[in-house]
Structures are given as C-alpha cells and as structure tokens.
Design a protein around this ligand. Structure first.
Ligand code: URA
Length: 441
C-alpha cells in the first residue's frame, strides 16, 4: 500500500494492519515518508483513535526502530518506574537506590524538563560532575556495580519516537492516549524490563489534568505493558499541588538526600510517601515480597539501615559525581541566591494551587527550559510553605522564591500569589496523594 492509501484508510476510520503500521514507522524514521505524510497520518490517528491492536502494533514498530537492552547476564529482576511528569516530582532519585538496595536492578533512562515540568537528568546534573550521558556499555556496567544507573536516551533507543514526537509537537497531535502509550512504552520496553510501575499524574500540574483522562491513560499503558509480557501497574497520583517541599533542580536533590538520610521534615513527607508506594509496588511485581505491605517494610528497612543512601552514594561515584552531597546535602543549596517570601493577601484556607504556574515561575527564573536549547540555573527554585487545606493569615508566607536577580521578583511574585486560591472554608476536594491503582499482572 502507498503512503496515500494508508493515510486514506485511517482518515476514513478503518483500522490499519500491523504491516501498514510498520511501513509508516519505518518510512517516517528513514525518510521514505515525507514529514507532511507522516503528520497527516498522525492527525488521522489523533482524530479517529487506534484500536488496542493498532496501539500495540505501533508500540512494537517504534520499539523495533532501535536497540533493546539485554540484562540476561544480570542475576536479578529488572524494573523501572515512569512518571508522566509533574512539578516537584523527584521520586526517581529515591526509588532507584531504594529498589536497588532491595535487590532489583533499575536501568532508568530519563528525560529533561520542558515547560513547567522538571526532568530527572537536570536534577542529577545539579550534582557536580554527575554524568547523564552514559554509553550503553557504561550504563550496563554501572547497573552491574551498584544496581542502578540513570542516564539519557541514546540515539539508538526508539529513534522513531524522536521523529514522531517532534512532528506531534509541531502539529498539535500530542494529546492522544494511543500515541502517548506507544511513545512512552516503546522507550520503556527497550529497557528490557521484567516489571514497570507507571506514576500517572492528575491535577493542575499534570499532563492529564482530569482524573478520567489520567485513568484512561493509566489503563492503556498497563494494557500495552501486559501485552508485551511486562508485569505492569499504574498509580494515579495527585498533581494538584507541587509534590513535597521544593521545586527546582538542586533543591529537589537536597530533598531526596534528606529523605534517604532519614531526615525528612513534615513538608517532605508526601515525597517520601509516594516514593515508598511506587518502590514497594516495583518490589511486589518483582516478587521480592508477596504483598505491598511486606514490600513497604523492606523499603523502610533499607531507609533505616542507610542501605539506600549507600546505593545512591555508590551510584554518584560511579557516574562521576561528587558523593559528598550524601554527607553534606546543604552544599547543594546556594546561599548567595536572593530570597523572596510570597505572602498571602487574605486570610482563610488554601483550597487550590495552580501547580503548573509554580513550575512555570521556576522555569522563568532560569530553573527550567522554555525552549529545548535553554541553559538551566540548577540552584534557583521555590520552597512550598503552605499546601491545600492549610489555614493561613494575611501576610503569612505561602512559599519562598530563590532567584538570581532582584528584577525577577516582582513579575514572578504576582504570578505566584495568583497561583493560590484562598477561601473562607476548607474545601472537600479529594486531597489524597494516591488516587487509584490500575492493573496488576
Ligand atoms: N511523554 C512521552 O514520552 N511521550 C508522549 O507522547 C507524551 C509524554
């Protein structure tokens, strides 16, 4: 079938066969399909949707466009976690060492932040010297030595996704459940996993703001994971406010190290709670314990014994970073930054927080990227002082902005203040951090 016939078939609402999808993916990647033809088919897929068979065929074709890692020489289960992205979402840095300390290998291929969401690679680069550009050989060697590695995607992993995602971004075809599933799962399945836990965020700082949309995405991701023989579970978690205490690269690493050191304060508890839940579910899927409760016990023991912190220290050394951050996490915080309190203009209860707005503010002061080529100032960030449900008085600090220049403060202060809704009554919205668990092998 020609390009035009495949596009016409999908445009008219029929299902494509696996060979037709393979022709599309290889043609888009090797240039046999023009970008306008690829974009036209993406739009037809966006509008008419994909059946489960098409979704899995697309995932398989995208996965086959590149290399797949093979960990058969490692005598341990191999598992990972993927988050759909949020603000202050830093759990990877806690989960990888925790899970590795419990005997599961974690090949964590991560991404960079863009727009209001942060990225694990940027957070890691705030540790002096930490190398996130490992070759496949270095990546595997690091996992063999300390149980986990965290690195960027090489050009050999799912190259079709790189091509298709760039076109989706330019043609308003990103927000399609089957296209998102194929994009995420082609990259994760290339890691050669036994188990995968997905953290699907919902709320004001999430990609899927509505719970119903997050649930559809979670179900579709789990369905495809299962079809590929990977034990898979999704946790739908709250992103109606930043997770935990800090937003900003170095300060988020600081929060993670404090948690791994057993020194989490109250504001850091949600980060610990979510990290422990996700880690425990990975361990259960890998058979390390036979219940989530039993796995949580193991997670707590590896925190209490310092085994998880030791794993993190070992990993930082192996990836070229300065392991002293594990002993003096305060060194991650830059005392020369300007500190500006964001004060409440009225008294009452915090009933809503626009988490995306907070993420955008941190990006605007240099903590994230507006464009992919932007340079990051790792030190700047925001400390959350008040969360949903808290009672406040006029003049109380809602949060503290840490920035580089005085002239950044006023416009950001206005946007940050407006990110909080303060009402005379506490609202009864669902404030649970963990909303629902989807699927199980
Ligand atoms: N993240 C991805 O990796 N792919 C998508 O399509 C959307 C979010």
């Amino acid at each position: 079938m020609s390009q035009q016939e495949i596009i016409r078939k999908k445009r008219d609402g029929a299902d494509l066969t696996a060979p037709e999808i393979n022709a599309f993916v290889s043609g888009a990647t090797n240039g046999a399909w023009a970008d306008y033809q690829t974009s036209a088919l993406l739009m037809a897929m966006f509008i008419n949707g994909l059946s489960l068979e098409e979704q899995n065929a697309l995932t398989r074709a995208m996965l086959a466009s590149g290399d797949q890692l093979d960990f058969s020489d490692i005598d341990a289960p191999v598992a990972d976690k993927h988050s759909t992205g949020g603000v202050g979402d830093k759990t990877s840095l806690i989960i990888a060492p925790l899970v590795a300390a419990c005997g599961v290998s974690v090949p964590m291929i991560s991404g960079r932040g863009l727009g209001h969401t942060g990225g694990t690679l940027d957070k890691l680069e705030s540790i002096k010297g930490y190398n996130v550009n490992l070759t496949t050989k270095e990546f595997k060697r690091t996992i063999k030595n300390c149980g986990f590695a965290m690195s960027g995607q090489t050009a050999e992993i799912a190259p079709a996704d790189k091509k298709l995602y760039a076109l989706r971004d330019a043609t308003a075809t990103v927000e399609s459940v089957p296209l998102i599933v194929a994009s995420i799962m082609s990259k994760k399945l290339a890691e050669g996993l036994d188990a995968l836990v997905l953290d699907v965020k919902t709320g004001s700082g999430a990609f899927m703001q509505q719970f119903g949309d997050a649930k559809k995405l979670a179900e579709a991701l789990v369905e495809t994971g299962k079809a590929f023989g990977v034990r898979c579970e999704a946790v739908i978690s709250d992103m109606n406010q930043p997770l935990g205490k800090y937003v900003g690269n170095a300060s988020e690493v600081y929060e993670c190290v404090k948690i791994l050191r057993g020194e989490a304060d109250d504001a850091m508890q949600p980060t610990l709670e979510l990290a422990a839940e996700l880690a425990a579910r990975i361990l259960t899927l890998c058979g390390v314990a036979d219940s989530v409760q039993g796995s949580k016990f193991k997670v707590q023991s590896s925190l209490d014994s310092g085994a998880a912190l030791d794993k993190f220290r070992q990993n930082i050394e192996l990836q070229g970073g300065d392991p002293a951050v594990c002993d003096q996490p305060e060194n991650l915080l830059d005392a020369s930054l300007i500190r500006a309190e964001i004060k409440a203009e009225t008294s009452g209860f915090v009933t809503e927080i626009n988490a995306s707005a907070i993420g955008e503010c941190v990006s605007r002061i240099g903590g994230g990227r507006i464009k992919i080529e932007d340079q990051i100032d790792f030190a700047v960030g925001y400390r959350c002082e008040k969360k949903i449900g808290d009672e406040i008085r006029r003049g109380d600090a809602l949060g503290v902005l840490y920035c580089r220049r005085e002239n950044q403060i006023d416009p950001i202060r206005e946007k940050l203040t407006a990110a909080y809704k303060i009402s005379s009554e506490r609202n009864a919205n669902d404030a649970r951090l963990i909303k629902e668990i989807v699927g199980s092998f």
